[in-house]
Design a protein. Sequence first.
Length: 181
Amino acid sequence: MSLFLATLLPGLLLAALGGLLCWNGAPVANGARALPRSRPAAWVLFGGATLWFIWRLSHIGEADLIFFQTPTPVMLGFGALAVLAFIYTPDFLAVRGLSVLALLGAEPVLRAAYMEWSHPQRLLMVTAVYIALSAALYLAAYPFRLRDLFEWLFRTPGRPRLIGAIVLGYGLATSAAAFTY
């Protein structure tokens, strides 16, 4: 992934999220409040995270395989764990899936910015990615906190608009920084 694309994509994602929060329509608040325990969101987010992680496992090197000759048993084991998670721990599975997607998505983005000292504007993207990584690690351990965050955020009508304006501005600045490389 090029540094241009690695900066543009998170910037556009932040701008879209900020735009939704600035709009603050009833579907935004209702959708955000329903997300943590949503079964369809769990299928999409946790299912997508599982498939991506299994794909990543299929490409691990020989040095990473301690007990097995091929990654197939490890892939089957993690696939079975994902199926068991859908059966036995369906609460907040969408939040955990979103956390895993953030963790997996950070690697190619941060790899593109690695050792690019001549482009200090890359730090806009890197800062946003590290904040997302910190939030993903926290929410993977305490997924009910996302529900609490959404309750706090949508308690007053001005709060999502203010946070949305900040996130929108940061996303637009990050997107604009992509065109300066």
